[in-house]
Design a protein around this ligand. Structure first.
Ligand SMILES: Cc1cc2nc3c(=O)[nH]c(=O)nc-3n(C[C@H](O)[C@H](O)[C@H](O)COP(=O)(O)OP(=O)(O)OC[C@H]3O[C@@H](n4cnc5c(N)ncnc54)[C@H](O)[C@@H]3O)c2cc1C
Length: 438
């Protein structure tokens, strides 16, 4: 008899987990609250697959830099000051994690996960058999300042030591790679292993592929409670647009042999029910997409000093940026959008302001853990529940490897990668774990 797994969340992590579990013969039900995927981070992101990003977000110097950016309303980083215990706990852990020792511990694991995931993307794209804009042209780290380039060159040396193909390009070499665009930069580093794709096309194709493969989707429905008892997991469902008066106990339930919590930034409440303290902050990121750009790059790029990205997705040019920790506030700050536009024009001087003003805008919430590492593993007291979230700025990149690891854990296969640093209970007090045991 085949086993049934429930996946909470149809973002890239949930869909990749569903695919890998299906490969292992599981019956699958994916429950997704938002039928259009508007809020999920996975649909409108920059689409870059980043083996080059092995340095975690929490790194030495980041806290000071972040505080300086906070003073600039157009800057790429912002924390809305507010009385929030969760934000305080997150900030404390972030500060504690921004050390050279933590980077040394985390970087090799992030690189390993990223390289496996990059390889799995080749398999995934071939299996989908649909054009999702997959472009294995690497990533350019574009620098406008000599000091920015020096830092990138130093990181490139580290990347080469770790086995990546990172090369410094001067303005002439850059022109040879991207002859159709005018750039105002002093140089760049090119990392060959990276790639990019159209995230919305990928999500559409993956979902259709899974549905055709027998995966059942329940959309417009929220999982409001998870219980594990008597050798099974039960998920209590509620229509996402219900007025909240219906008690969860009277709502329909799903029973499964295993459950994957892949709710992105929204995983905290279910995590708490499972006895876990997931220190996640929704890190709002913005994307501006120009429909018919006069200027664009064929290779994905990071605009280093602006902390922004530039990607050609499905023939459109997308500039992404900003990390705003302001809770689940969906509003886009006009000053920050203006900041992104002005940054883009500094790197692409021939990109007209009118093109940027006509761009569509989007914002998504990255699930940001304080130590720059995902939460990935079994919950200590609920072995049938696997948590997979907290991928922050790398969730698209790490989706395939996360899906594979989740499926291996559920199927009882050895993961083949040491997952101890990703333990979902690493920020949970022993007392809370003991309470969850009762
Ligand atoms: C502007 C921007 C640019 C980015 N660029 C890149 C990039 O270039 N490369 C990269 O690797 N990453 C990038 N990211 C990060 C990446 O998008 C995220 O890390 C990734 O999408 C997270 O995927 P997820 O599946 O964990 O979460 P999500 O995509 O947020 O999906 C979670 C889903 O779970 C659902 N859900 C939550 N709780 C429940 C519940 N209780 N019941 C039912 N459904 C529930 C939500 O509705 C949501 O659809 C970017 C992010 C942003 C915002």
């Amino acid at each position: 008899m085949s086993r049934h797994a429930i996946v909470v969340g149809a973002g890239i992590v949930g869909l990749c987990a569903a695919r890998e579990l299906r490969h292992r013969g599981f019956d699958l039900t994916v429950v997704e609250r938002d039928p259009e995927g508007h809020a999920a981070a996975s649909h409108g992101n920059a689409g870059i697959i980043v083996p080059s990003h092995f340095v975690p977000l929490a790194a030495p110097g980041v806290v000071g830099q972040a505080l300086r950016w906070m003073l600039d309303p157009t800057g790429p980083f912002y924390v809305r000051p507010r009385a929030s215990l969760a934000l305080l706990q997150w900030g404390w852990r972030f500060w504690r994690s921004a050390t050279a020792e933590q980077v040394q511990r985390a970087a090799p694991l992030l690189l390993q996960l990223n390289l496996v995931s990059r390889r799995l993307y080749d398999e995934l794209v071939a299996e989908l058999g649909i054009d999702v804009g997959f472009t294995p042209r690497g990533l350019l780290m574009l620098c406008r300042t000599e000091s920015g380039l020096e830092e990138e060159v130093a990181t490139a040396a580290l990347a080469r030591d770790l086995g990546l193909t990172a090369q410094t390009l001067d303005a002439a070499a850059l022109r040879a790679l991207e002859p159709d665009v005018e750039l105002d930069v002093v140089g760049a580093v090119h990392v060959a292993e990276d790639a990019h794709l159209d995230p919305a096309a990928l999500m559409r194709a993956l979902r259709a592929h899974l549905a055709a493969d027998g995966v059942r989707f329940i959309v417009g429905t929220e999982v409001v409670a998870v219980r594990e008892r008597g050798g099974a997991v039960t998920a209590t469902l509620r229509a996402a647009d219900a007025d909240g008066t219906r008690a969860p106990e009277t709502a329909p339930t799903l029973r499964g042999d295993a459950l994957v919590l892949a709710g992105g930034s929204w995983s905290v409440a279910l995590g708490r029910q499972l006895g876990l303290r997931l220190l996640l902050q929704p890190g709002k990121g913005y994307a501006l997409t120009i429909e018919r750009p006069s200027q664009f790059l064929r290779t994905a790029a990071i605009l280093v000093e602006a902390r922004a990205s530039a990607t050609l997705v499905g023939g459109r040019f997308r500039i992404g940026g900003t990390m705003e920790l302001a809770g689940f506030d969906p509003r886009l700050a006009p000053a920050r959008i203006d900041g992104i536009k002005r940054s883009a024009q500094r790197y692409f001087p021939r990109l007209a302001r009118a093109e940027l003003d006509a761009a569509t805008t989007w914002a998504g919430f990255r699930p940001v853990s304080p130590d720059g590492l995902p939460y990935l593993g079994r919950t200590p007291r609920h072995p049938r529940v696997v948590v997979a979230t907290g991928h922050a700025m790398m969730g698209l990149s790490l989706g395939p490897v996360t899906g594979r690891l989740v499926a291996k854990l559920i199927a009882g296969e050895p993961p083949g990668i040491d997952l101890r640093l990703l333990d979902p209970a690493r920020h949970t007090s022993l007392r809370r774990r003991a309470v969850a045991r009762r």
